[in-house]
Design a protein around this ligand. Structure first.
Ligand SMILES: [Fe+2]
Length: 393
């Protein structure tokens, strides 16, 4: 589907460069161009746009003010900030008016990728009011600092163990929760792990990185929790089980770590619902206790969207990999999983269903068409069920 995107920059030569580069993307992007924030707002008011890509430093109304207004007036429009001034990145971390921030000169393929991804997530979320509330400055925290620092370290070709353990070591509570998670039964360690160094020796640096990201992400949301009855431990344990199982299901080992992270984070939207929509959360809990219906169906009824979509919206705003965002978005909707290989989305979706099979209130079932699409035989399904028992033990 073609995305209508508004590019805003006060320098005509920058807009001209965009115009030239965008010729390659006419199949996916239909661009418009504005030289000021005021004309951009007029344009948005006269017809809907899927995304806005705006410069930050402009005479008159600056980009941050423009994006703030777009956020409240046109919440369905994805917002991407572009700037040649790195200080805006710091400002945006605490004032998340943009879904993404890119330092100029940005590669157009990166801009297009972010536009496509964020607009896809917004479509999945569906309800405009939910997008507005979840995407609002008041309800969602920015990405935790530890996540940003680990991302920087893992962007290096050779992430350093010492730096990773130092980053984790700066927050003893985070380190303790990480070790608690590492010792979860799902990972099948035969000895109790008491240091981050030992955890990396047994599970690998990548896995410890993914686990730290998930612990920090859960923490960042959970500290805003005010409702009763939210069982964080249960969600963390379930997420570790789905993550470990999903990692074993993928065909391609190069996506195993991404799959693992998606599994660890797939239920994060449940915490966001409890934080951002406390009264709806209580109502969903009440209906869940009174029936056997799937939680996502009850969320749809009460909220008009699901924890899967809301989790994806949050993780997209934190700039997590696109495969993670999509896998979280689709973990209860196998019909939306795309791709001919057993990718992270398919694996997390199947792992969710396999883990649910063992529950007495199973409300998520293994999707037969999905199994057929990947040529999964009955024998392989039997192996998966045995692996599920191992992970749940
Ligand atoms: Fe879920």
């Amino acid at each position: 589907m073609l995305r209508r995107v508004l590019f805003v920059d006060d320098e005509p030569r920058v807009l001209n460069a965009f115009r030239n580069e965008l010729e390659e993307y006419t199949a996916v992007i239909r661009p418009s161009f504005c030289e000021s924030a005021t004309s951009a707002l007029e344009r948005l008011g006269s017809s809907p746009y899927d995304a806005i890509v705006s410069d930050m430093k402009m005479p008159g109304m600056p980009g941050n003010e423009l994006l703030h207004r777009v956020q409240s007036l046109f919440p369905r429009t994805a917002r991407i900030a572009l700037s040649g001034h790195p200080e805006y990145e710091r400002w945006l971390r605490t004032n998340p008016v943009a879904h993404h921030y890119l330092l100029k000169p940005a590669q157009m393929d990166k801009v297009v990728e972010l536009v496509m991804r964020t607009t896809r997530v917004q479509q999945i979320v569906g309800d405009a009011e939910v997008v507005r509330t979840v995407g609002g400055t008041a309800s969602l925290p920015p990405a935790p600092q530890v996540l940003v620092r680990l991302r920087e370290e893992f962007a290096r070709p050779d992430p350093r163990l010492r730096v990773v353990t130092d980053i984790i070591g700066e927050d003893p509570a985070l380190g303790a929760k990480l070790l608690h998670m590492v010792n979860a039964a799902a990972f099948g360690l035969t000895q109790r792990v008491t240091t981050v160094e030992r955890a990396t020796a047994l599970l690998g640096l990548d896995a410890v990185h993914q686990l730290t990201v998930s612990v920090a992400a859960f923490d960042a949301i959970a500290k805003h929790l005010s409702v009763q009855g939210f069982n964080m431990d249960k969600i963390a344990r379930h997420s570790a089980q789905v993550a470990e199982l999903a990692r074993r299901l993928v065909d391609d080992p190069s996506v195993a770590e991404t799959t693992f992270l998606a599994g660890l984070l797939h239920e994060i939207g449940q915490i966001v619902i409890a934080v951002s929509f406390p009264s709806e959360f209580v109502e969903i809990q009440r209906r869940a206790a009174a029936s056997n219906r799937a939680r996502y169906a009850l969320e749809m009824e009460v909220l008009g969207t699901t924890h899967a979509a809301i989790g994806a919206l949050l993780l997209d705003s934190w700039d997590l990999p696109g495969e993670v965002v999509e896998a979280v978005a689709h973990h209860h909707s196998p019909r939306d999983v795309v791709g001919s290989r057993l990718n992270p989305s398919a694996a997390v979706c199947l792992a969710t269903a396999l883990v649910a099979e063992g529950s007495p209130r199973a409300s998520t079932h293994i999707d037969r068409p999905l199994l057929r699409r990947y040529g999964i035989t009955y024998e392989r399904l039997k192996e998966w069920r045995a692996a599920t028992k191992g992970v749940l033990a």
